[in-house]
Design a protein. Structure first.
Length: 311
């Protein structure tokens, strides 16, 4: 399915050097902000108090947030779990206050607006759990990257595998750089978004690599640069349809999903746009500079065995 078809190839690779220099500068800036500013980690990583409360009727999350905010909390999470009448509240630790003191203060604020609210559970989550989450998240990220590299290496060729992994790392580091620079809260949902972007971005790279391989078979007298330009041009319509529909869904989560999905959809939005950019200008150009050629992707036909002819 195509919305439109471009008849003439767009010379994307003509500007590859300039655009990759911009990418390199952006990548290094992201690394700098990650190293110097760090992340504003959520209480899932730093530890805190977890409360579960129950309402007799469907809870109004905005009222719950206002009640918690009235106590001076700024970094907290409120979300439904199980049913619309059950609410989970995550509070950061406060110096000189125990989980019991925090929960009593919050319950007092909640009961002032809704007397029917009941406290079901209070639990303190220590920072050790947060460290384990960080380690497991980094391990999951490493496993995904290695898996992508192995997949691309088997399906295509090592030059495309290296180009694809560099492009994917480019996207991940830039997403993390945004969160470090603006000090947006980094939670488990954001980590899930980063992992989702890895798979999403590599899919775009695979589509372009597949088309490059097909064009090598069809366009035998065309240069490598022209083959790559042609492949990217031919996939533009597909890119608009796929990423446009995905972005509409992500924007609906961003505007209507509430605070719980806000940063998750924000990470996906950054990843979608940089995923398109990196698949076209980073992955394709790196593969070109590594010297990918027709013989790498199109196997030459096997010659008949001379001994068989003699027999």
């Amino acid at each position: 399915m195509e919305f439109f078809r471009i008849r003439r190839s767009i010379p994307f690779m003509r500007h590859a050097l300039v655009l990759n220099l911009i990418s390199l500068i952006t990548f290094l800036a992201a690394v700098f902000f990650i190293a110097t500013r760090g992340f504003h980690l959520s209480i899932e990583f730093t530890g805190g108090t977890v409360m579960e409360v129950h309402y007799q009727q469907a809870s109004q999350l905005e009222e719950v947030r206002n009640a918690v905010s009235s106590l001076g909390y700024t970094d907290f999470q409120v979300q439904n779990f199980g049913t619309s009448r059950d609410v989970m509240i995550r509070l950061p630790t406060r110096e000189g206050e125990t989980s019991a003191v925090q929960s009593e203060a919050v319950m007092g604020a909640l009961q002032a607006s809704s007397p029917d609210v009941e406290l079901r559970r209070v639990e303190f989550v220590g920072p050790q759990v947060g460290r384990e989450l960080v380690e497991n998240g980094l391990m999951a990220l490493l496993v995904v990257i290695v898996g992508i590299m192995v997949y691309l290496g088997f399906r295509f060729e090592w030059k495309f595998a290296v180009a694809g992994v560099v492009a994917n790392l480019h996207d991940v580091v830039i997403i993390l750089g945004f969160f470090a620079f603006f000090q947006w809260e980094f939670s488990l949902s954001v980590l899930a978004g980063v992992l989702a972007v890895l798979g999403y971005s590599v899919n775009e790279s695979v589509v372009i690599m597949d088309r490059i391989r097909e064009n090598f078979r069809k366009q035998r007298k065309t240069s490598v640069r022209e083959v790559i330009d042609s492949a990217i041009t031919q996939t533009i319509s597909r890119t608009v349809i796929t990423h446009g529909s995905t972005q509409m869904m992500v924007l609906s989560m961003f505007f209507f999903g509430g605070p719980t999905l806000h940063n998750f959809s924000l990470a996906l939005t950054i990843g979608i746009w940089f995923g398109i950019y990196s698949s076209v200008f980073v992955a394709a150009s790196i593969a070109m500079w590594l010297g990918v050629k027709r013989e790498d992707l199109v196997k030459a036909p096997k010659k008949d065995d001379p001994s068989a002819e003699i027999a």
